[in-house]
Write a new protein. Structure first.
Length: 141
């Protein structure tokens, strides 16, 4: 049973509980209008820039956002009740010639204008943490 829980927990470091609803025991507890504050994308990009040491020429692409009723930071963490804005995408620092030097995924959770946590595949302790979190939230393929 412990192994099964560990495997289920490894499926995604951040689990968003549906795009607009929280489901508990098969019943909808709360329904939210899926609107993300206009400032969420910039706030998320600024948080990632800060985490990476404010590199010059950082490029972002495929940025998507959603508002969820609750989210958890890891399979065994208690859920943070929302609304919580989830912002996901990819970033790449520019190389000396102005071209992209490869992309990595990022994940940012924001509640009431405050960044709860960030994850970046280049800086996270767990490989692919940000991508897996974005995929779990339905914001990545």
């Amino acid at each position: 049973m412990i192994v099964a829980l560990a495997i289920a927990g490894a499926a995604g470091p951040a689990n968003a509980m549906g795009p607009g609803t929280t489901i508990s025991g098969g019943e909808v507890r709360e329904s939210l209008t899926p609107t993300v504050p206009a400032s969420a994308r910039k706030q998320a990009e600024d948080a990632i820039k800060h985490d990476l040491g404010d590199p010059v020429g950082l490029a972002f692409r495929a940025v998507k956002a959603a508002e969820v009723a609750s989210v958890r930071h890891g399979a065994f963490a208690n859920p943070v009740e929302g609304p919580v804005s989830i912002v996901c995408g990819q970033y790449s620092p520019r190389d000396a010639k102005g071209g992209d030097s490869g992309y990595a995924w990022f994940f940012v959770a924001i509640k009431r204008g405050h960044v709860l946590w960030t994850a970046s595949d280049q800086t996270s302790a767990t490989p692919d943490e940000a991508h897996d979190s974005c995929k779990g939230a339905g914001l990545a393929e």
